[in-house]
Design a protein around this ligand. Structure first.
Ligand code: SF4
Ligand code: SF4
Length: 224
């Protein structure tokens, strides 16, 4: 899922400083699962904004709303009406949701209430770990299912580097060296020959380095 983290309230307050009526708009997708932007966080952020502005002597009206998803047009139908009631919207969705709404509602002032961080997993309560960078050309078949692009500090395709020490990464020694892990995994499986494949310099275009990526499926389009 997409992992995000709530921005400090002081930062959100600065964004909405000129306004008197705002909506805090949550999303029940990834940001709800990683406890950054679901119903509960909408309540918390709204209460904090109201309190801060009351203390500052400039009371703020906050409308609370959470959509099933902010990145899907079918759930945005009520947004036009909501936009009429407020001066601005603080979205607690990931950057995809904010961009999608900004594209579709050019008149709406929409501000990000969270920092979108990475694609990650949730190994334990309150913990999220990056696992994938969406590079568009997956090589996990060669690396025992462990991603060197997301999990190696240098994004090495041919590792490990010379700095790996006792299975730890030289950049952040508290983090395992993923190339050490890849080596151990392939060795245990008797598949070390997979490490002999030398990857050429990566073509980053499928990762979005030639502009925003678009994917279409003709078979899913309405009318087909
Ligand atoms: S190789 Fe690319 S697609 Fe595969 S897990 Fe890593 S970043 Fe994601
Ligand atoms: S020590 Fe391992 S994980 Fe860290 S930068 Fe070098 S190869 Fe990558």
């Amino acid at each position: 899922m997409i992992i995000a983290e709530r921005k400090p309230i002081s930062r959100i307050l600065a964004m909405i400083e000129p306004y008197e009526r705002v909506a805090v708009l949550g999303c029940r997708g990834c940001v709800a699962i990683c406890s950054a932007g679901g119903d509960r966080e909408v309540e918390i952020v709204s209460a904090a904004l109201r309190l801060a502005r009351k203390r500052a002597g400039r009371p703020l009206t906050v409308v609370e709303e959470t959509l099933v998803r902010q990145c899907d047009p079918e759930y945005l139908t009520g947004l036009e009406e909501l936009a009429k009631k407020v001066d601005a919207v603080v979205s607690l969705a990931c950057g995809v949701g904010v961009n999608f709404i900004a594209d579709r509602f050019p008149e709406l002032r929409i501000y990000p209430g969270v920092d979108t961080s990475f694609y990650g997993a949730n190994p334990a309560l309150g913990e999220w770990e990056e696992k994938c960078r969406g590079c568009g050309d997956c090589i996990l078949d060669f690396t025992g299912g462990l991603c060197p692009i997301a999990r190696c500090a240098k994004n090495l395709l041919n590792g490990p580097c010379g700095g790996s020490q006792d299975g730890k990464c030289e950049i952040r020694p508290e983090v395992p060296c993923v190339w050490h892990q890849i080596y151990e995994r392939l060795k245990a499986r008797g598949e070390l020959e997979r490490m002999m494949k030398l990857f050429p310099a990566k073509d980053w275009r499928p990762a979005g380095h030639d502009g925003p990526r678009v994917r279409t499926r003709e078979d899913l389009k309405v009318g087909n």
